[in-house]
Design a protein around this ligand. Sequence first.
Ligand code: AMP
Length: 520
Amino acid sequence: MNLAHLLLRQARTDVDRVVVFNGTQAHATHAEWAARCAGLVSRLHRAGLVPGDRVLLFMRNHPRYLEVLWAAWWAGLVVVPVNAKLHVREVEWIVANAQARWAFVTADVAPAPLAGPERQIDIDSQEADELLAAVPDATAVPVVERLPHDLAWLFYTSGTTGRPKGVMLTHRNLTTMGLTYFVDVDNIAAHDAIVYAAPMSHGVGLYAIPHLMAGARHVVPASGGVDPAELFELGGQLGPLSTFAAPTIVKRLVDHAEQAGLDAAVAARAFKTIVYGGAPMYGADIQRALRVMGPRFVQIYGQGETPMVGTALSRYHLGDTGHPRHLARIASVGVAQTPVQLRIGDAQGRELPTGEVGEVMVRGDSVMAGYWGNPEATAAAVRDGWLFTGDVGGLDNDGFLTLMDRSKDLIISGGSNIYPREVEEVLLTVPGVAEAAVVGAPDAEWGEVVVAFVVPRPGAAPTVEQLDAECLSRMARFKRPKRYLLVDTLPKNNYGKVLKTALREQLAAAAAEHDTKEEP
Ligand code: AMP
């Protein structure tokens, strides 16, 4: 089924209620949303775009994102969502690789014409107004038939090595993802609302699908991004809101709540559910978030290749403090989501016994159709239907998956494997530590040594001695960092993930000598 039918269904049954908001301003009802989509569909077809063609979205969060997205599907096209923080040259590479015909942009991220697309439309322009002008009868514009395996979303992965790869996601993949939300993440009712604070090109944008399935409301903050004060305020007016956010964004919300003296009751009025994932959430951080904001969190683990669907750590499990393995569970990513099987495999994909650490493999209807134009990479990533995620982790007897690290982040020191996550979890329990990231630095004697980057809380810097004492008391000696670097911030990408490659480069360049505090 074409995902566009989800919109038509709501446009027929729930005609006059405002469901899309720009800040607190009404932007569209379901019927208006559908009528504008239908207008764009007929103009896309008239301009010669044919089913299967790609259109690029290079935009900051914007209410029209939803209109272009659903119009593209309605017309049988494939959407290429692009991270708004990418460099123009990187975007042009994607345009060429995807052979995207049209690009919808906002002027802040694409002030000049991109090389490649036949047509570039500034979403705030009169040209866009004309393209999106509503037709009187949306149902008169037929939805282009799409089969379950037809492409809907071509998502370029961040590409830690080499060029990014275009992950091909089908209508079936995204329908599965949408339905799974209701089983494994949360219920959604028509009076609920999702807020798009994190980039819509990523997970939170995909969560438009389950929210449209339920006929819920969609809110784009006026700032187009993450401003904790604005989000609490919006939540107070239109909420309680649900959203998806990387752990760094969760942290900012929690910091704000704490600093502004907002208690859990205020948080409950502003936020229904905060789904977090996309990067590690440390045990100490989620405990603090639960303490400050109350039981409004659910974790998911997935990746572009199986979007938002892998495992989930439910509200129930996060709140089950009496369970003997509670601390281990909240530092895990939870259990397999309903439509997938999980396996921990060796390099050949052979299943390892429970408890052993290996590569996380996922199989099910959420797993991508492959990488665009890259059969070799597809064959390496998906074998017998199993997606080799590149993540390293282990399953316990109860089916909870604990991720260690990406295999490339693993540190091998003196022949022993060290998972940075373990060291980071310990560092984060030291009072005064706001953030920690651990990487390996080349070392003539040990091969690699452990280096910890630590961001102190304002006015509360821990000493190197304190950090080291905690590590010594909680971990094997060989895992303990050989160096601690106190820094103001950690480099992160647009989705809030710490860029460990950048940290390794910083070390290689031996920069910021004066910030370095060698261990005694
Ligand atoms: P992306 O494809 O950009 O969404 O990145 C997916 C990667 O982020 C995964 O392969 C994991 O390495 C990481 N990731 C996603 N969710 C989680 C999570 N809940 N905890 C830790 N890491 C995660």
